[in-house]
Write a protein that binds this ligand. Structure first.
Ligand SMILES: N/C(=N\S(N)(=O)=O)N1CCCC1
Ligand SMILES: [Zn+2]
Length: 239
Protein backbone atom coordinates (compact mmCIF):
# COMPACT_ATOMS: atom_id res chain seq x y z
CA UNK A 1 0.00 0.00 0.00
CA UNK A 2 1.22 3.48 -0.86
CA UNK A 3 1.31 4.44 2.83
CA UNK A 4 3.37 1.39 3.75
CA UNK A 5 6.44 2.77 2.01
CA UNK A 6 8.86 3.75 4.80
CA UNK A 7 9.69 7.45 5.08
CA UNK A 8 13.29 6.50 4.34
CA UNK A 9 12.24 5.77 0.75
CA UNK A 10 10.99 9.31 0.27
CA UNK A 11 14.21 10.73 1.74
CA UNK A 12 15.90 9.57 -1.46
CA UNK A 13 18.67 7.20 -2.56
CA UNK A 14 21.33 8.71 -0.25
CA UNK A 15 19.34 7.50 2.77
CA UNK A 16 18.24 4.06 1.52
CA UNK A 17 21.39 2.32 2.85
CA UNK A 18 20.22 3.00 6.43
CA UNK A 19 17.42 0.46 5.92
CA UNK A 20 18.94 -1.44 2.97
CA UNK A 21 22.76 -1.66 3.36
CA UNK A 22 23.04 -3.24 -0.10
CA UNK A 23 22.12 0.18 -1.53
CA UNK A 24 25.83 1.02 -1.06
CA UNK A 25 26.86 -2.13 -2.95
CA UNK A 26 29.22 -2.28 -5.92
CA UNK A 27 26.58 -3.43 -8.43
CA UNK A 28 23.85 -0.86 -7.94
CA UNK A 29 21.53 0.31 -10.70
CA UNK A 30 20.85 2.47 -12.58
CA UNK A 31 24.11 3.23 -14.32
CA UNK A 32 25.27 5.48 -17.11
CA UNK A 33 26.05 3.64 -20.36
CA UNK A 34 28.98 5.11 -22.30
CA UNK A 35 29.18 3.66 -25.81
CA UNK A 36 32.99 3.94 -25.78
CA UNK A 37 33.17 1.63 -22.76
CA UNK A 38 30.73 -1.02 -24.09
CA UNK A 39 32.26 -4.37 -25.13
CA UNK A 40 30.68 -6.60 -27.82
CA UNK A 41 30.22 -10.15 -26.44
CA UNK A 42 29.84 -12.70 -29.30
CA UNK A 43 28.69 -15.32 -26.80
CA UNK A 44 25.47 -13.38 -26.10
CA UNK A 45 22.44 -14.76 -27.94
CA UNK A 46 19.69 -12.73 -29.54
CA UNK A 47 16.89 -12.54 -27.02
CA UNK A 48 13.36 -13.79 -27.61
CA UNK A 49 10.10 -13.40 -25.76
CA UNK A 50 6.81 -15.26 -25.49
CA UNK A 51 4.16 -13.46 -23.46
CA UNK A 52 0.70 -14.92 -23.02
CA UNK A 53 -1.67 -11.92 -23.09
CA UNK A 54 -4.14 -13.73 -20.84
CA UNK A 55 -1.49 -13.60 -18.09
CA UNK A 56 -2.16 -9.94 -17.35
CA UNK A 57 -4.10 -9.59 -14.11
CA UNK A 58 -4.34 -6.05 -12.72
CA UNK A 59 -3.34 -2.48 -13.38
CA UNK A 60 -2.63 -0.19 -10.47
CA UNK A 61 -1.40 3.22 -9.52
CA UNK A 62 0.71 2.92 -6.38
CA UNK A 63 1.12 6.67 -6.20
CA UNK A 64 4.55 6.58 -7.83
CA UNK A 65 4.03 4.68 -11.05
CA UNK A 66 1.60 2.72 -13.16
CA UNK A 67 2.12 -1.03 -12.65
CA UNK A 68 0.63 -3.97 -14.53
CA UNK A 69 0.81 -7.29 -12.65
CA UNK A 70 0.90 -10.68 -14.38
CA UNK A 71 0.17 -14.25 -13.31
CA UNK A 72 3.59 -15.79 -12.63
CA UNK A 73 2.41 -19.03 -11.02
CA UNK A 74 3.64 -21.07 -14.00
CA UNK A 75 5.83 -20.69 -17.10
CA UNK A 76 3.28 -18.66 -19.01
CA UNK A 77 5.52 -15.88 -20.25
CA UNK A 78 9.22 -15.94 -20.62
CA UNK A 79 12.29 -14.64 -22.36
CA UNK A 80 15.97 -15.19 -22.95
CA UNK A 81 18.86 -14.96 -23.80
CA UNK A 82 19.73 -16.02 -20.32
CA UNK A 83 19.95 -19.56 -19.00
CA UNK A 84 16.38 -20.77 -18.94
CA UNK A 85 13.08 -18.98 -19.26
CA UNK A 86 12.28 -16.17 -16.83
CA UNK A 87 8.67 -15.47 -15.79
CA UNK A 88 7.13 -12.05 -16.28
CA UNK A 89 5.86 -10.72 -12.92
CA UNK A 90 5.09 -7.04 -13.49
CA UNK A 91 5.83 -4.05 -15.63
CA UNK A 92 5.95 -0.39 -14.61
CA UNK A 93 6.99 3.00 -15.91
CA UNK A 94 9.39 5.75 -14.84
CA UNK A 95 9.02 9.26 -16.18
CA UNK A 96 9.85 12.84 -15.21
CA UNK A 97 8.00 16.14 -14.84
CA UNK A 98 9.12 17.15 -18.34
CA UNK A 99 10.33 15.41 -21.48
CA UNK A 100 14.04 16.16 -20.94
CA UNK A 101 14.41 13.67 -18.07
CA UNK A 102 12.68 10.69 -16.49
CA UNK A 103 14.64 7.58 -17.48
CA UNK A 104 16.65 5.84 -14.77
CA UNK A 105 19.53 4.76 -17.02
CA UNK A 106 21.46 7.38 -18.98
CA UNK A 107 23.02 6.72 -22.41
CA UNK A 108 26.02 8.82 -23.46
CA UNK A 109 24.77 11.62 -21.24
CA UNK A 110 21.22 11.43 -22.60
CA UNK A 111 18.31 11.13 -20.16
CA UNK A 112 15.24 9.83 -21.96
CA UNK A 113 11.80 11.10 -21.00
CA UNK A 114 10.89 7.76 -19.47
CA UNK A 115 11.77 4.09 -19.06
CA UNK A 116 9.54 1.01 -19.13
CA UNK A 117 10.65 -1.92 -16.94
CA UNK A 118 9.43 -5.51 -17.33
CA UNK A 119 10.43 -7.48 -14.23
CA UNK A 120 10.97 -11.27 -14.61
CA UNK A 121 12.21 -13.90 -12.14
CA UNK A 122 13.99 -17.24 -12.51
CA UNK A 123 11.62 -20.18 -11.89
CA UNK A 124 14.52 -22.46 -11.03
CA UNK A 125 13.96 -20.92 -7.58
CA UNK A 126 10.82 -21.87 -5.69
CA UNK A 127 9.37 -18.35 -5.63
CA UNK A 128 10.04 -14.68 -6.32
CA UNK A 129 11.18 -13.99 -2.75
CA UNK A 130 13.88 -16.65 -3.02
CA UNK A 131 14.90 -15.42 -6.48
CA UNK A 132 15.58 -11.96 -5.00
CA UNK A 133 18.40 -13.53 -2.95
CA UNK A 134 20.16 -15.07 -6.00
CA UNK A 135 22.68 -13.59 -8.41
CA UNK A 136 20.67 -14.90 -11.40
CA UNK A 137 17.29 -14.51 -9.74
CA UNK A 138 15.81 -11.60 -11.70
CA UNK A 139 16.07 -10.06 -15.13
CA UNK A 140 14.55 -6.72 -16.06
CA UNK A 141 13.94 -5.62 -19.63
CA UNK A 142 14.31 -1.86 -19.90
CA UNK A 143 12.94 0.16 -22.81
CA UNK A 144 13.61 3.87 -23.15
CA UNK A 145 10.65 6.14 -23.85
CA UNK A 146 10.60 9.19 -26.06
CA UNK A 147 7.42 11.05 -25.23
CA UNK A 148 5.89 13.35 -27.77
CA UNK A 149 5.05 16.86 -26.58
CA UNK A 150 3.29 17.34 -23.21
CA UNK A 151 3.07 13.60 -22.52
CA UNK A 152 4.01 13.87 -18.82
CA UNK A 153 0.79 15.80 -18.33
CA UNK A 154 -1.13 13.09 -20.18
CA UNK A 155 0.60 10.36 -18.19
CA UNK A 156 -0.35 12.16 -14.98
CA UNK A 157 -3.92 12.35 -16.30
CA UNK A 158 -3.78 8.60 -17.03
CA UNK A 159 -2.59 7.98 -13.49
CA UNK A 160 -5.38 10.20 -12.20
CA UNK A 161 -7.90 7.81 -13.78
CA UNK A 162 -6.29 4.96 -11.88
CA UNK A 163 -7.42 6.20 -8.50
CA UNK A 164 -4.35 6.27 -6.24
CA UNK A 165 -3.96 3.01 -4.38
CA UNK A 166 -6.72 1.41 -6.50
CA UNK A 167 -6.09 -1.80 -8.39
CA UNK A 168 -8.29 -2.70 -11.35
CA UNK A 169 -8.71 -5.94 -13.33
CA UNK A 170 -6.68 -5.91 -16.52
CA UNK A 171 -6.15 -8.76 -18.97
CA UNK A 172 -5.60 -9.66 -22.61
CA UNK A 173 -2.48 -7.52 -22.82
CA UNK A 174 0.77 -8.66 -24.50
CA UNK A 175 3.52 -6.19 -23.50
CA UNK A 176 5.62 -7.09 -26.54
CA UNK A 177 3.33 -4.86 -28.62
CA UNK A 178 5.25 -1.97 -26.99
CA UNK A 179 8.66 -3.22 -28.16
CA UNK A 180 10.72 -1.25 -30.72
CA UNK A 181 11.70 -2.64 -34.15
CA UNK A 182 15.31 -3.42 -33.21
CA UNK A 183 15.96 -5.76 -30.30
CA UNK A 184 19.66 -4.84 -30.05
CA UNK A 185 20.50 -4.61 -26.36
CA UNK A 186 23.06 -3.76 -23.74
CA UNK A 187 23.32 -6.05 -20.73
CA UNK A 188 25.01 -5.79 -17.34
CA UNK A 189 24.59 -7.21 -13.85
CA UNK A 190 23.04 -4.80 -11.37
CA UNK A 191 20.22 -4.28 -8.93
CA UNK A 192 16.70 -3.03 -8.41
CA UNK A 193 16.81 0.75 -8.78
CA UNK A 194 14.73 1.30 -5.67
CA UNK A 195 14.56 -0.50 -2.31
CA UNK A 196 15.14 -3.33 -1.60
CA UNK A 197 18.00 -2.70 -4.10
CA UNK A 198 19.04 -6.38 -4.20
CA UNK A 199 21.92 -7.06 -6.60
CA UNK A 200 20.07 -9.96 -8.26
CA UNK A 201 19.25 -8.34 -11.60
CA UNK A 202 20.54 -9.08 -15.09
CA UNK A 203 19.56 -5.91 -16.96
CA UNK A 204 18.66 -6.06 -20.65
CA UNK A 205 18.35 -2.52 -22.01
CA UNK A 206 17.10 -2.07 -25.56
CA UNK A 207 19.17 0.41 -27.50
CA UNK A 208 16.21 1.62 -29.61
CA UNK A 209 13.70 3.74 -27.69
CA UNK A 210 9.95 3.68 -28.32
CA UNK A 211 7.99 6.83 -29.06
CA UNK A 212 4.73 7.40 -27.21
CA UNK A 213 2.47 9.98 -28.75
CA UNK A 214 -0.36 11.90 -27.10
CA UNK A 215 -3.07 10.08 -29.04
CA UNK A 216 -1.71 6.73 -27.81
CA UNK A 217 -1.57 7.90 -24.20
CA UNK A 218 -4.54 10.15 -24.34
CA UNK A 219 -6.81 7.60 -25.92
CA UNK A 220 -5.81 3.99 -25.52
CA UNK A 221 -4.32 4.12 -22.03
CA UNK A 222 -6.90 6.47 -20.66
CA UNK A 223 -9.72 4.47 -22.15
CA UNK A 224 -8.25 1.18 -20.96
CA UNK A 225 -7.54 2.51 -17.49
CA UNK A 226 -10.98 4.04 -17.19
CA UNK A 227 -12.62 0.82 -18.27
CA UNK A 228 -10.35 -1.11 -15.91
CA UNK A 229 -11.32 1.09 -13.00
CA UNK A 230 -14.93 0.44 -13.82
CA UNK A 231 -14.18 -3.28 -13.82
CA UNK A 232 -14.90 -3.44 -17.52
CA UNK A 233 -11.23 -4.02 -18.61
CA UNK A 234 -10.30 -5.78 -21.83
CA UNK A 235 -11.14 -9.46 -21.44
CA UNK A 236 -10.52 -12.09 -24.10
CA UNK A 237 -12.21 -11.45 -27.41
CA UNK A 238 -14.84 -9.35 -25.71
CA UNK A 239 -12.32 -6.47 -25.66
N1 LIG B 1 12.90 -1.18 -8.15
C1 LIG B 1 12.11 -2.09 -8.67
N2 LIG B 1 12.11 -2.36 -9.94
S1 LIG B 1 13.09 -1.65 -11.01
N3 LIG B 1 12.79 -0.09 -11.07
O1 LIG B 1 14.46 -1.84 -10.60
O2 LIG B 1 12.71 -2.24 -12.27
N4 LIG B 1 11.29 -2.81 -7.85
C2 LIG B 1 11.24 -2.64 -6.42
C3 LIG B 1 10.28 -3.68 -5.91
C4 LIG B 1 9.78 -4.47 -7.09
C5 LIG B 1 10.39 -3.85 -8.32
ZN1 LIG C 1 11.65 0.34 -12.61
Amino acid sequence: NFHDIPLNFFLGPDHWHKLYPIAKGKNQSPIEINSKDVHYDPSLLPWFVGYDPVGARTIANNGRTCKVVFDDTFDRSGYGPLTGIYRLRQLHFHWGSSNDHGSEHIVDGVKYAGELHLVHWNPKYSNYAEALRKYDGVTILGIFLILAHNIPVLLKRFLFYLIKGKEAPFSNFDPSILFPKSWDYWTYHGSFTTPPCEECVTWILLREPIVISPDQVNFSWTLVSLLSCLGVGPRGQGG
